[in-house]
Design a protein around this ligand. Sequence first.
Ligand SMILES: Cc1cc2nc3c(=O)[nH]c(=O)nc-3n(C[C@H](O)[C@H](O)[C@H](O)COP(=O)(O)O)c2cc1C
Length: 231
Amino acid sequence: MGVVLRQTRDESVKRAVNIRKIASALPDLLALDTMSVLRGRRSIRRFAPQPVPDHLLSELLQAAICAPSAHNRQPWRFAIVRGADAKLRLAVAMGERLRIDRRRDGDAANVIEADVARSISRISGAPVVIAVCMTMADMDRYADARRANAERQMAVQSTAMAMQNLLLAAHATGLGACMMCAPLFCPDAVRASLDLPDDWEPQALITIGWPSAAGKASWRLPPSAVLRMID
Ligand SMILES: Cc1cc2nc3c(=O)[nH]c(=O)nc-3n(C[C@H](O)[C@H](O)[C@H](O)COP(=O)(O)O)c2cc1C
């Protein structure tokens, strides 16, 4: 009995030492994990049909709203579109705008229709579509265009940071996501088809789902090409 007790104490001391070792290494492990998420994220454009569970979706939103924002005004807004009818309505409204623009460009009808069909199928075929918007409602107001413009850019930058958090969180949870910038070209169509408030300015769609295949490798300019060191 006594021996067993001594062994148990020894074991628990060993376990405590191991836990302390693991705990002291945790910051490094977490940092490694963060870097692998940053490096491993790719745009995922094709999804398996399985639905995205609510709790994961809310984790993505939590990650998005952790982003920094100018004056901490949090100008991001999110419309989560999951219903098949709503996705199709959005996709068709955006497709119509695309068709009009491309006709004005003088593109061939068959090329336009192929692009419109591809756009509709990407949007309506994604399990979840988030229309990410920004609002200037809580941002500072300036009478002069120079500062008003700078303030506006701050709202755009803040919203982009929320989108990046969302993309990274999706990757970290095993989901795939892709940002689509088309709403910038047809904000009225997005706002009207989703019945969004007037001050919500559509910035992008983020399509989300379980990846049906790994993302394609994508290239980057080397740091030396985008860097100027000023010592
Ligand atoms: C502002 C912005 C707009 C984008 N718009 C689109 C888009 O409309 N359609 C699309 O398929 N991908 C879009 N992307 C994804 C980029 O094509 C992608 O990030 C890039 O090719 C690098 O690939 P990666 O994300 O896999 O690293 C967009 C990305 C950003 C940041």
